[in-house]
Ligand binder design. Sequence first.
Ligand code: BES
Ligand code: MN
Ligand code: ZN
Length: 495
Amino acid sequence: MKIQLKTLSFAQACTEKSDALLILLPSKLDAKAVSKTIWPWDSVVQQALVSNDFENKAGKTLSIYMPAGVSSRVAVLMSAGKGSAKDVRDAMNAGMAALKGRSVKKLTVCLGEDSQSQYLPIVMQAIADATYVYTVTKGSATKDKSGRALAQVTIGAVDAAKAKTAFAHGQALVAGQDFAKEWANRPANFATPTLLGEAAKSLAKAHSVVLCEVLGPKDVDKLGMGSFASVARGSNEPLRFIVLKYMGGAKTTAPTVLIGKGVTFDTGGISLKGGAGMDEMKFDMCGAASVLGTFRALAELKPKLNVIGLIPATENMPSGHATKPGDVVTAMDGQTIEVLNTDAEGRLILNDALSYAKRFKPAAVVDIATLTGACGVALGSVRAGLFSTDDALADALLKAGERALDLAWRMPLDDEYGEGLKSNFADVANIAPPGGGAVTAAKFLERFTKAKGASGEAAFPWAHLDIAGVAWKGGKEKGATARPVGLLLEWLLAK
Ligand code: BES
Ligand code: MN
Ligand code: ZN
């Protein structure tokens, strides 16, 4: 899907040769005030408003088939509501829904107000989301790599020159989210740790600004990552530890580290999960996919930033070699862990990645993980759980999420939540008694963000995003959402 940006008035957009034309009306619009500024749509909008066939509310659309003097087969007028980011997203979703089932290869989207161009990433994301097609393991659709019927999009802005930065952000976002979705959606036999490592390598090969190193079991043993290795023990697939580097900033600038949970399939291990819906545990690498997607976006945009990506990738399987409940393992930083439940494996791979991150003396570390079902219970699929030991970092992430409409909600980290992690046989247990499961998991991770041992000074400002509730949709719409690529990119670019 090619997207181009042009300066277009509504009148000029009518002469664009497209299959469909989406018109985002200005936010200030009422029957009496509909003016020539929306010409040639003024009279039809005026009449539709008067006769209640149209309402100026985000999500309301008016479709016109073969409108006179328009080069597109169909025009869809979209109310921009009050003109907020959310209104623009709702408008675009409704506009794209109105085109569903029609054959649209060429699309023109025309924005009616200069101020709307700041929302180009949101507009472009809506187009990409609505037209995304999963292809990898669909025999019929594999000829066209992207699978999208929509091939060409023209976006008309009031002033294309002024909209350039937002457009470039949108291009990077779409590329990043597509990449994240492709890898997150792949079944586990098409997204093994090895294949994930190869995906990262080929990303680096295709974009020289990205560097990639992939470590295997021997390297991980040498590093002393006994916790990470203990999760991989039950699987025939060898683990991978993926290190991505994007160094677009000054050499002296401390990097930001993103860590993505890459459990390519989570059976629970010896603490085996129930069978119902277990297929969805192929999505247990959505944190990793979001890191890959963010790097794909950075490669596109090339901002002056330093970012490191760390992905511990493994399956969590039961077998004769698997770690057993009660086994004690030693993490990279020397802490011993009693593995009371092998299904609490995400924290066992992330802790070693957190320890590894220290070598970069990072300005901030954010880990992204489908960590706990409890977080999904607490926040549903609207907001991700955000845990942080640093108020400024938490604030910046929350605000980026609001701007990108990729929402998070801050959760607590009171020390009392960590008390249940005490073990009689190791420094810490990997689970606490029931209650506050998303928080106790975060408290476990927090122990590995300290400069020395489990208590004391922080080694770096740290935040943890539990995306278990938001990373994918179930049911008929089953598939990855690419969240939180939008939040991460927005946050990084605001730096
Ligand atoms: N990957 C799961 C978390 C998960 C569950 C995400 C359901 C999305 C939907 C994680 O590894 C896990 O199994 N967590 C356990 C922790 C428990 C054993 C303390 C959970 O949430 O049940
Ligand atoms: Mn698990
Ligand atoms: Zn898991």
